[in-house]
Design a protein around this ligand. Structure first.
Ligand code: THG
Length: 266
């Protein structure tokens, strides 16, 4: 099944940031419930935007979010200390977002992850920066998956993030991500792939149409999860329709259910 990681509880959104500053739990809980009702299977929680307050904001958000849903959470921080605190607070096995090959982050995360029960997002990032070629991405994926397997992680619990970069920055970024996903899903059979879908459209107008079509193209390559906005009905229709076209929907039952519910329409 395609996993929809709802991206909306993130303090880069002005309204979320304001709600966090005001400790307005009702706003956060309403948003979480809307994401769940729209088909999110994980709720991403990111408190990174208020510099110096990330830990306390994350702690408050996790308490408030878990009062509103039993969905598993995607704990989103570059800071291993914040992730450890967040891990200790969750009621359901989470997705930890993320680990990378950057030395400081890798060395802090590995001892913490050893023996833990969780899913993990592995970024194809190292100290030399963002990947520049498909080979960069795939080599980093192999290296980080190997390291995680060595401490006991099963491939089914590893979500490789190829790092989707904007088309407005380089016209090759779309094909680079698509080719990388295909190679990762073939050469590291059993892992999942995920990533911040809307990165692709950053800096361009009409972002939603770009995100929707890119998702369909990525799903063709085996992309089986995304950090995205589940309140965009059209992109949720893309998820169900692409899954159906890939043959993952017995007798097109889910597609037909969506049509009858009115959520898939042309
Ligand atoms: N990979 C992984 N995790 C990630 C990302 C990724 N987590 C964060 C991000 N990328 C995915 N989540 C978001 C959240 C918000 C937005 C985009 C991706 C977003 N924010 C508005 C903006 O920046 O324009 C905020 C402005 C507003 O509307 O208030 O679009 O790639 N593993």
């Amino acid at each position: 099944m395609f996993e929809v990681i709802g991206e909306r509880i993130n303090t880069t959104f002005k309204k979320v940031k304001a709600a966090v500053i005001d400790r307005d739990g009702a706003y956060i809980q309403d948003d979480v419930q809307k994401q769940e009702a729209s088909g999110a299977t994980y709720i991403d929680v990111n408190a990174g935007a208020r510099i110096g307050h990330e830990k306390e904001d994350m702690e408050w958000l996790l308490k408030v979010v878990q009062e509103a849903t039993t969905l598993p959470l995607c704990l989103d921080s570059p800071d291993p200390e914040v992730l450890e605190m967040a891990y200790s607070m969750v009621n359901t096995t989470p997705m930890v977002n993320s680990i990378s090959l950057e030395k400081d982050r890798f060395e802090a995360m590995m001892p913490f992850l050893k023996g833990k029960e969780c899913k993990i997002i592995a970024l194809c990032m190292d100290d030399s920066g963002m990947p520049k070629t498909v080979d960069d991405i795939v080599n980093r994926a192999k290296s980080i998956v190997g390291e995680l397997e060595a401490i006991g992680f099963k491939r089914q619990n590893i979500y490789v993030d190829p790092l989707i970069q904007p088309m407005s920055v380089d016209g090759n970024n779309g094909m680079m991500a698509m080719d990388a996903v295909k190679a990762i899903m073939t050469e590291l059979e059993g892992v999942h792939t995920t990533g911040g879908l809307s990165n692709i459209s950053y800096g361009l107008p009409q972002r939603k149409i770009i995100n929707r079509i890119f998702l369909a193209m990525m799903m063709k390559q085996g992309f089986d999860s995304a950090i995205m906005d589940p309140l965009d009905n059209e992109i949720m229709a893309v998820v169900k329709t692409a899954d159906m076209l890939k043959g993952n929907d017995n007798f097109c039952m889910n597609f037909l259910k969506g049509v009858r519910a009115g959520t898939i329409k042309a």
